[in-house]
Structure formats: structure tokens, C-alpha cells
Write a protein that binds this ligand. Sequence first.
Ligand code: PEP
Ligand code: MG
Length: 327
Amino acid sequence: RRAAFAAAKQDPAMTQDGVRIALMINAGLRDDLAALDLTGADGIGLFRTEFQFLVSATLPQRERQQRLYREVLEGAGTRPVVFRTVDIGGDKALPYMRPHDAEEENPAMGWRAIRVALERDGLMKAQARALIEAAAGRTLNVMFPMVSEPWEFDEARALFEAQRGWIASRGRQLPHAIRYGTMLEVPALAEVLDLLLPRLDFLSIGTNDLTQFLFAADRSNPKLAERYDWLSPAILRFLKRVTVQSHAADVPVAVCGEMGGRTLEAMALIGLGIERLSITPAAIGPVKAMIRSLDAGKLRTDMAALLAAPPHPFRDALSDWAAAHGV
Ligand code: PEP
Ligand code: MG
């Protein structure tokens, strides 16, 4: 069994018709590096930097942040790591940092993530410096959470560029490239994506928040958990539009929400044209096995037809397709 596992780990995540899918893991702590080697994943597609803040009793100072980022980059070696700037505030409140006085009734759509970071910019400046210095001599991939309008991305990027300039002026070694991307998890951004795409190095779709906002359904409310399906035509059509638009602009697009870690959902995403998934480490094996059994071209054609006149429930149509095609 161990030999079979080791062999499967080396197998590329390639479909029957030769489409190579980038399979990456979601991570957030130093210990997650072990999962990178264990799964043989292609990299870390989402490093949630707020985890260090959430498990710490005090605000992690820049040096501590930098140490973590350097260890992650060294552990990843040549594999890419996408660092997401802190997504705190809202329901990820920090005991040592009261970001606002009023209790929020809807913290998920409250003062969080980029909204906090652009206002309390001392926090993001320190993080930018920690990331840029940690990535000296390498490529740094940075991604901003909860961006709703292009100007938020522009301001965040400008803040990083100012830090890069400051570090350069001190004569310190810089990353040889900084690639900037954004999460797409607020539906409004999709409506103005054409304006932002020319300035993006990559895009990553966060289906956890995106789904709750698309359906106006709290992602943590168990009463709604079964009601709205990731495999609904509304979500799939939305994701397809974003994927097609990004590819047309030559911007790589990934899915980093939990959706991509479920086999049938991952299959559907590939059927929409997604070729990059960042998922929970435990899902790498099953999702890779699915990919290796899949004819992506056939699925893309059949899904386009299904989405034009969607049967209900759509999930059943997709699992029937999978069963009929040996997936
Ligand atoms: C998401 O919203 O899909 C996402 C990946 O970010 P988080 O789960 O950390 O909010
Ligand atoms: Mg999110």
C-alpha cells in the first residue's frame, strides 16, 4: 500500500485527454509544510496569513511574521506559495486588537480583510515588509482578500510597491519578482473584472465567501447548509463567466474555496475550464484520482449543454455523468 501511495504521489494530475491540472494545498501554519511533501502537491495556492495572528496571544511583530514566511518559502523550495494578506476582523476577531467599537450584526460582510488593512495601514505595511524581505531572491506571490472594487487592489498594490521601494533604498536584496493577485469572493468584483484584469497577475476564486454572498446565505448557518448547493446552475454559470473572461485576458485563475476539495465539485470546476485548484491537503489524493480518470474535453462540451438548460437537481445530472463516464 505504501508503494502504491508513493507511486500515486508521483503521478501527474493529468486528465485522460492531456489537460494538466495544477493541484495545490491551502495552508496557514508552519506545520502545514509537512502536507506539501506528503501529498506531492504543486505548491501552496492559499496561505492564510491570519492563522498566525489567530493563534497568537499578542500581535505578531514583523520579525515573527518574516520568520514564518521565510520558513514556508524555504520548505516549499521551488514550488510556488501564494500568501494572502490578513483576513481579520469580522468573525475572525483578534482578542488583542479591537478593530472597531461597535458590535457587528453581520461580521462576514463587515469591517474585515482588505477593508481593515487599507484603513489600519500600519498592519499591512509591516506585513508587506515581512513578506518582501522573506522572499529576497525569490518570486513573491501576494493576494488580497475581500476585494470588491478595483481601487482597493490598486491601493494595496501601491502600498506593497512603496515598501519594495523603501527596502531597495536601503540596499537590501529584493524578491526577483512580485506577482499581485486578488481573491474573487465578493460578487460585485465580477461585474468590474474587465477593468481590473489588465493589472492582475493572477486571480483566485474563494467559493466559501462567494457562495454565501451570491445566495445571501450565511456560510456558518447549519440550517442553510443543505439548501444551496455548490453545484447549482447559478454558481456554476457565475464561475464559468469569470473563468472564460480571465482566460481571455491571459490571467491564470484558480479556485481556492472548499468547493474544490470535493471530488464531484472539482470535476464540475474542470468542466467549466478551471485548471488550478487549491484545496485541503486530505483531498489531493481523491481529486487527483478523479482527474486521471476524466475526459475534460467531453465534460466541457456536455456541461455547456447542461448549463444552457439545467436539469434539477443539477448535482444529480453531474453524478450521473460521472457514473456513465467511469469517473
Ligand atoms: C473563501 O472565502 O472561499 C476563502 C478561500 O477564504 P476563507 O475561507 O479564508 O474566507
Ligand atoms: Mg474568504
